[in-house]
Design a protein around this ligand. Sequence first.
Ligand code: PLP
Length: 374
Amino acid sequence: MLPYGRQSIDGDDVRAVCDVLRGDWLTTGPQVAAFEAELARWTGGVPCVSVTSGTAALHTAYVAAGLGPGDELVTSPLTFVATASTATQLGAEVVFADVEPDIATLDPAAAHAATTPRTKVVTAVDYAGHPADYDALRKVTDAAGALLVSDAAHAIGSRYRGRPVGSVADLTTFSFFPTKTVTTAEGGAVAAIDPRRLEAAARFRNHGLVRDRALLRHPDEGGWHQEVTAFGLNYRLPDVLCALGVSQLRRLPAFRARRAALVARYDAALGGLDGLAIPARRAYADPAWHLYPVRVRGGRRREVYDRMRAAGIGVQVNYIPAYWHPAYEDLGYRRGMCPHAEAYYAEQLSLPLYPGLTDADQDRVLAELLAILT
Ligand SMILES: *Cc1c(COP(=O)(O)O)cnc(C)c1O
């Protein structure tokens, strides 16, 4: 089965990991800072804190934003559920606002309509790698007195009006799961513009521990002393995985170029075809594509999914609207809330896209798809 996404691991990646395994640190060591510094080269210099997953990154970012009971968070339903569920777990109320019908990112007008005096965070998702409209969303958060968060799990290396993703929102989260553009096996990161929020994120991923003498409530306890001033968790990304991350980030320009070439080939082969729409894009966006999301018209998405899978091509659907999950249904969220997101979901199909996909593999995907549609 050709997967819809997959990691690319080369000899440099393997060597980087093995070097750490033979060294003195397995978990927090020099590779953590090296990875965070390398990542900041992709966020326009905005500093980053590594964590154990994209989900942990969202949880940590929301804690750094001060999100809690009594607060509301506005976000898109067309995302992996963790964008919302991490906020729900913090006791905040998630308000789903609809997406732009063509690019499937959070619609600024819908987000604006969903804000209330209790809105603390608006989280955009750079669906498939295409950035949301951040300037328009910034107006929404400014008017609401809220923070702008970007779930950029799909979008490392993408640009919005020439600015790198990671530099446009107050807090940006990344995922380094194997299907994503860059992998550390499991892993994630938070980029934070405000140094106090960066510090809050760094503490939260390390149990909330404080060692800086100037910040201790009981500074004369002894040299061993450290304090928990606010509760945290252990979300530390190990040195072994950070070494893989450094090596992978060095390959990101090549990953991005190969993905762009595959996207151009898909566009050329599928553009203008009856029964299918290729991904839309905005003039403001320079996407580093993570997914290639087509829309299958005529109510045939399920049929095309089943037939592609039967032909050994691992197409995927990204995503069922988050509030369709039974856990949200049980909280009273009802279908029909975000009609654009639901209409997009009903037609969406992700075709295989990853750097190791050869032209011949892609030709096979296209041949199967065209045989079904024409
Ligand atoms: C993958 C993903 C996440 C979660 O990341 P994990 O590393 O799998 O925890 C969150 N949001 C979006 C949009 C994702 O694609």
